[in-house]
Design a protein around this ligand. Sequence first.
Ligand code: KG4
Ligand code: ZN
Length: 340
Amino acid sequence: MPDQKINILAIESSCDDTAAAVLCNGKILSNIVATQAVHQQYGGVVPELASRAHQQNIVPVIHQALAKANIDKKDVSAIAFTRGPGLMGSLLVGTSFAKSLAMGLDIPLIEVNHMQAHILAHFIEEDGFDKPEFPFLAMTISGGHTQIVKVSDYFEMEVIGETMDDAVGEAFDKSAKILGLPYPGGPLIDKYAKEGDPKAFKFPKPKVDGLNFSFSGFKTAVLYFVQRETKKDPDFIEKNLKDICASIQYTIIGILVDKLKKAVKETGINQVAIGGGVSANSGIRQALRDAETKWGWKCFIPKFEYTTDNAAMIGIAGYHKFLKEDFADFSVTAQSRYKI
Ligand code: KG4
Ligand code: ZN
């Protein structure tokens, strides 16, 4: 731990959340997120509307983060921002703002890979939360990504499995849409699943080689199933919503856990961390807790506020880059595709 106080101001704007956080020596002082409600009526994120909302939100969100942390901008040591991956228009807002502010304050600029940040969120100083030791496996599951990553050091990561098509969050959200639930449907499926029978209906699991995933066939299976059943009984969804949700969730979690088991077997690493929006799901959280007792894994389940997109995770990644003096040039640009 350094003697001096290292205050990182972090900015996240890769998708539809405008977020800012302030960290002092790896501890969160503030973590502000403005979620954009505008997309709900369209059933998904509309990129152009997301960029405009980021432009409106970014100044108040940063002000709020600094005020809550009780830090003056003069005392900020460096600015960390999400360079990618994400929506180009959204990334541009955060990137341009971070560059201008760092330039104006004459302090270092730190670029952060959003997918690395989801994993590094496990290194935020939090009472009651252990940090993983290297090497460990991280499964990042969100609306945009599904990856299993071998993490050898803070910035030494290798993707060992990923989705060939839809992300797991899309499997949740698209299934929810078929059931007539609003966007994003993942949390609603989770809610109804709690009171349903996970074995009421059977959905097929895709057969994909190695540690990769595929979810596009799953949503089609849900669609055909619902079409077939509602033809027989128009009130089928209404009568069986909880059981359908529980069965969908059970199948999706089965797919994720099967691949994790395979990854643990192949790598010999049994420390497993999860991250990304879908790691808020109560079923996957319970499955990992069960894995600790059943198979002796050591699992790392993030606090809820660090599962969906946030700037605290960008800040912790930025802090570890600051310690290595890994600073970005002011010519740095946003990258919508940005590999780990
Ligand atoms: O990480 P995130 O906020 O944004 C992306 O980078 O995509 O993840 C959002 C995704 C959405 O698909 C949402 O439905 C899903 O995470 N999600 C959940 C739950 N909470 C959020 N899926 C299932 N169960 C939940 N409790
Ligand atoms: Zn994310």
